[in-house]
Design a protein around this ligand. Structure first.
Ligand code: MTE
Ligand code: LUZ
Ligand code: MOS
Length: 762
């Protein structure tokens, strides 16, 4: 069977050989223009004028485009109206796109953009999340998930424990920065190659900006050099600018962002401030939980609404909370608009509840894992989430017990405690955490996909679907599904670029649903073609249809057989359709955005991790020494790809909570704009002992494609175990509750160590 086999990524060899083509590798057409953005130099101001005379005088410069040059709508927002491509009268963050300059080459375009003078009257910026909250400066109304009666639960609880947690954002740092190449055609047509997770959104916004119908625009994507959510909504900005210039000059236009511009101008993970209060009984069981999330939306909503929804629906993580009030505020600040990032609000909710559990355990002098276990969803507690979805596929005990055993928890706990008793400088810490992550877009309408399958007369198969490839291995998985249906070799299935002209009206490849949705759409298309071919085969061999068997590229009827290609030819001769468009819509899900109740997720993915760290209490440096992960992926479509996803996601999550720090100065200027100042985990930050396993023999209880489960995002949150282990190491100093923000940079660790030393009781 091809499904379930650990097969290399279809482009693995080409990735490492440099032969996999990205948009910037495409041969450029003659006359291609290159574009660069003019970005606002202040966080907040009134735009009074643009003086491009110096830029336009430079040799090779073709022109400048700003809001007034847009023939259609100045509109690039993913959900709401009023999110503009080019600033109109107000610039509302440092890096806000104001205009685009085009020139005959890349460097000239960049130099010219820097010479454009913006006349801006400075206004007072709001830069701090809490300041925005105090000023009631929001981009959207607050959302809340409420269950039971929190106030009564808190007032009757034996212990009420409260706290605050600040967590940072995260830059996507995909290797390929944003890029688009727009090629004008005849009669108003536009072909846009875009590095986007959401070709349909690019198509629709290019049409809106150009003032043409969507049918005039095609968006194509062969692959991205990483997306991580950063290319879910943001690519419209780049693609629309390139298309506008292409349309108005009649020349192809390429726009590629330098790393600095990419980091300054496009959105990131939302940083949050969290205030919480928990009512707890003497055993550590949570009886009531009140959490207020202040999320930094930035200058406009973008995807902040659904991101906050996911935070609120992951504030329970794996724990039954009988009385809950989770409130999320979308704080409007004069900083770049934040956007989707792997986990999509889930990590923020999960780090909050894990911090809460850890704090409860240390306050009450209980073992943190016992406090976790006693609060798990299950018969002893309950199975209803605060948002009204029942937990029907609970695998928490399985993953936890198995990971504690394989990580040799008890022995290592004792060993680490013994080490800490005699090691004043280097402290070690150990932590375990579970995850439960809801799979489906929490906006129900997005949970649909299409695929297009053709069988050619030599038996080769052409596959197209609405999902995009960003390195996560979606294309090989969907190809495996199709090869499995027809029982042919994988190399008989041709993987092709995502294109809005082939499969229309798609959702972003996001929410980890790529293979669930597109795999199922392709399965349906292939199965429909196969049913027609089987009828032909039955006629051909003069047998009943149920005698026909597809095996190893051939079609058998008892002792007789013909090749799959021969059957294709016979079918064609009988004038049978060998092509099909499949469509799939996830069943069982619904969500009421007003009451914030429903069954937003088709199913949950479970996982657990144990992390061990060492911290240097004199420098604040930390290191993850070992991590053990067990992840539920149902029956994997491709376990080799899934292992890679788990490893990558864990390390990316670890980066979020340890070394990746975004830093804005007092004027609101982002100062971490490249690898010299923004530290993502490198190969030597990967835990030297890294044991990653997939939960065996646990098919999805729901009818997903071959009973698989999504994998892209869930294990990112397991990286939070590293942060919990750092807390554990700090707590060893005084035996109390450490105060630690995320990321646990050396500065933050040192501050927390200093407080622990000051409060040392011994
Ligand atoms: N893996 C790689 N290599 N590159 C990426 O950009 N994006 C992640 C995840 N894994 C990403 C990745 C994110 S944010 C999501 S939502 C999923 O892949 C999307 O793909 P899938 O739905 O096919 O898993
Ligand atoms: N919901 C979600 C969304 O859970 N994940 C996403 O990526 C997303 N994107 C857009 C809208 N809702
Ligand atoms: Mo992933 S954040 O859903 O693109």
């Amino acid at each position: 069977s091809i499904v379930g086999k650990g097969i290399a990524h279809d482009s693995a060899a080409r990735h490492v050989a440099g032969e996999a083509a990205y948009i910037d590798d495409m041969p450029e057409l003659p006359g291609t223009l290159h574009a660069a953005f003019v970005l606002a130099p202040v966080a907040h101001g009134r735009l009074l004028g643009i003086d491009a005379s110096e830029a336009l005088a430079m040799p090779g410069v073709a022109g400048i485009w700003s809001a007034k040059d847009i023939p259609g709508h100045n509109e690039v927002g993913p959900i709401l109206h009023g999110e503009t491509l080019f600033a109109e009268d107000i610039v509302d963050y440092e890096g806000r796109v104001v205009a685009a300059v085009a020139a005959s080459n890349f460097e000239t375009a960049y130099r010219a953009a820097k010479r454009v003078k913006l006349n801006i009257e400075k206004l007072e910026p709001v830069l701090d999340i809490e300041e925005a909250h105090h000023k009631k400066s929001y981009v959207l109304p607050a959302q809340q998930v409420v269950e039971g009666d929190v106030d009564t639960a808190l007032s009757g609880a034996p212990h009420v424990i409260s706290g605050k947690l600040r967590m940072g954002g995260q830059d996507h740092f995909y290797l390929e920065t944003h890029i688009a190449y727009a090629i004008p055609g005849e009669n108003g047509e536009m072909l846009v190659h875009s590095s986007t997770q959401h070709p349909t959104e690019v198509q629709h916004h290019v049409a809106l900006v150009l003032g043409v119908h969507a049918n005039a625009v095609e968006c194509q994507v062969r692959r991205m050099g990483g997306g991580f959510g950063g290319k879910e909504s943001q690519p419209t900005i780049i693609a629309c600018a390139a298309a506008l210039i292409a349309a108005q000059t009649g020349k192809p236009c390429k726009m590629r962002l330098k790393r600095r511009d990419d980091m300054v101008a496009t959105g990131k993970r939302h940083d949050y401030v969290v205030n919480w209060k928990a009512g707890v009984d003497n055993t550590g069981r949570i009886v009531g939980l009140d959490i207020e999330y202040l999320a930094r939306a930035g200058n406009l909503p973008d995807l902040t609404g659904p991101v906050i929804t996911r935070t609120l629906t992951h504030s329970d993580n794996s724990y039954f909370i009988p009385n809950a009030r989770f409130v999320g505020h979308a704080c409007k600040t004069n900083t770049v608009s934040n956007t989707a990032f792997r986990g999509f609000g889930g990590p923020q909710g999960i780090i909050a509840i894990e911090c809460i559990i850890d704090t409860i355990a240390r306050e009450l002098k209980l073992e943190p894992n016992n406090v976790r276990a006693i609060n798990y969803y299950g018969d002893e507690t309950g199975d209803m989430t605060p948002y009204g979805q029942k937990v029907e596929d609970n695998r928490l005990v399985e993953v936890t017990e198995a990971v504690l055993a394989s990580a040799d928890w008890s022995r290592r706990r004792a060993e680490i405690d013994a080490h800490n008793a005699t090691s004043p400088v280097i402290r070690r810490g150990l932590a375990m955490m579970p995850i439960k992550f809801g799979i489906s877009f929490n906006l129900t309408s997005l949970n649909q996909a299409g695929a297009l399958v053709h069988v050619y007369l030599d038996g080769s198969i052409f596959l197209n679907h609405g999902g995009t490839e960003m390195g996560q291995g979606l294309f090989v998985k969907v190809a495996q599904v199709v090869a499995e249906v027809f029982q042919v070799e994988l190399d008989m299935v041709r993987i092709s670029s995502t294109a809005t002209g082939k499969v229309p009206n798609t959702s972003a490849t996001a929410a980890s649903t790529g293979s669930d949705l597109n795999g199922m759409a392709a399965f349906k298309a292939a199965t429909a073609i196969k049913a027609r071919m089987t009828r032909v085969a039955a006629e051909h061999f003069d047998v009943e249809e149920d005698v026909i068997v597809y095996r190893e590229g051939r079609v058998h009827a008892g002792n007789e057989s013909i090749s799959f290609g021969e059957l294709a030819k016979v079918s064609w001769a009988k004038r049978v359709q060998l092509s099909e468009a499949g469509h799939y819509a996830t069943p069982k899900i619904h969500w009421d955005g007003k009451t914030m109740k429903g069954r937003p997720f088709f199913y949950f993915s479970y996982g657990a991790a144990v992390a061990e760290v060492a911290i240097d209490t004199l420098t604040g440096e930390t290191r993850c020494l070992r991590a053990d992960i067990l992840q539920d992926v149902g029956s994997p479509l491709n376990p080799a790809i899934d292992l890679g996803q788990i490893e990558g996601a864990f390390v990316q999550g670890m980066g979020w909570v340890t070394c990746e720090e975004l830093w804005w100065d007092k004027a609101g200027k982002l100062r971490t704009v490249g690898p010299s100042t923004y530290k993502i985990p490198g190969s030597r930050d990967v835990p030297p002992e890294f044991n990653v396993r997939i939960l065996d023999n646990m098919p999805n209880q729901e009818e997903t494609v071959f009973r698989s489960k999504a994998i892209g995002e869930p294990p990112l949150m397991l990286g939070i175990s590293v942060w919990l282990a750092i807390r554990d190491a700090i707590a060893s100093i005084h035996g109390g509750v450490p105060y630690l923000d995320s990321p646990a940079t050396p500065e933050n660790v040192l501050r927390s160590v200093g407080e622990a030393k000051a409060n040392r009781t011994a």
